[in-house]
Design a protein around this ligand. Structure first.
Ligand code: G1P
Length: 290
């Protein structure tokens, strides 16, 4: 079955980006010309997904506002004859896209956030995108690459990348079975291990495709690391029932949940930007020469 739905867990507080996120939702921080969440949504759309499920908090109404029509703005742009801008704002999201919202009332972790979306998933396979992990690729997005693996294996898929050993305690860390066809399979997964206990340095980054079997497992997953319901623990349980594959994606990842990551992403996306990239590059060249 095709992947038609994506879940965006966006209820988090954004403590790593304070004070910018004292009021503003961290997913609404700007990456060059659009909010981070829009980049994540565009990646889902690139993979053919048309139903977007935002697991959000009561205080983060601004995310819903961003994906709803802004009639006043549209009227103004129309009156001023700004057709291009009108099309731009009307296209967020493009027609044919359905946005749904579910409130996560308590901050019980990523596993709990995904579980909150269960009533909207109708027992279908689905993707999960963590907007903090921004992944750039100039040809095929990370989720497109993952859908390729999903279609081939008809099984759950997680995106993975090697990280420095001193950073393993920030991630779900994987042990692998090497596949003969170049697609590796997960052998085990552990959430945020200490560097000396980690089975490898292969980390899960914020992209998942799940078969519906993950949901009943999430229902019964007890609180784990950080006293939260961990998606990683449900994946470990899933491994007891079916295979889970890895997508060692091509692309560049930025941690937009941190100030430094967001700054790096802004600089690199600005350099690639069609309208301002060239001028920004010569500005940076001059700045560095001084
Ligand atoms: C979550 C997951 C972790 C994964 C990471 C990717 O952690 O629990 O397994 O490696 O996202 O960014 P968090 O960043 O929410 O602490």
């Amino acid at each position: 079955m095709e992947i038609n739905k994506a879940v965006f867990p966006v209820a988090g507080l954004g403590t790593r980006t304070l004070p910018a996120t004292k009021v503003l939702a961290k997913e609404m921080l700007t990456l060059v010309d659009r909010p981070i969440i829009q980049h994540a949504v565009e990646e889902a759309l690139s993979a053919g997904i048309r139903e977007l499920i935002f697991v959000t908090a009561e205080t983060k109404r601004i995310i819903r506002d961003h994906f709803q029509a802004n009639e006043r703005l549209e009227r103004e742009l129309e009156q001023r004859g700004k057709q291009e801008l009108l099309e731009l704002v009307k296209n967020i999201p493009p027609s044919g896209t359905v946005c749904r919202y579910v409130i996560q009332h308590e901050p019980l972790g990523l596993g709990h956030a995904v579980l909150c979306a269960r009533p909207l998933l109708d027992d279908e396979p689905f993707a999960v995108i963590l907007p903090d992990d921004l992944i750039y690729h100039d040809e095929r997005t990370c989720l497109q690459q993952m859908v390729d693996v999903y279609r081939e294996k008809n099984a759950s898929v997680v995106a993975v990348e090697n990280v420095a050993r001193e950073q393993v305690s920030r991630y779900g860390i994987i042990e692998t079975h090497n596949g003969v066809d170049g697609i590796n399979r997960m052998k085990s997964i552990v959430e945020k291990p200490a560097p000396d206990k980690a089975p490898s340095t292969l980390a899960v980054v914020g992209r998942y495709i799940f078969t519906p079997r993950i949901m009943p497992l999430l229902e019964t997953t007890p609180r784990g690391a950080g006293n939260e319901i961990q998606l990683t623990d449900a994946i470990a349980a899933l491994l007891g029932q079916e295979d889970v594959y890895l997508c060692e994606f091509r692309g560049r990842r930025y941690d937009c949940g941190s100030i430094l990551g967001l700054m790096k992403a802004n600089v690199e996306y600005a350099l690639r930007h069609e309208a301002v990239g060239a001028e920004f590059r010569s500005y940076l060249d001059d700045l560095i020469k001084d």
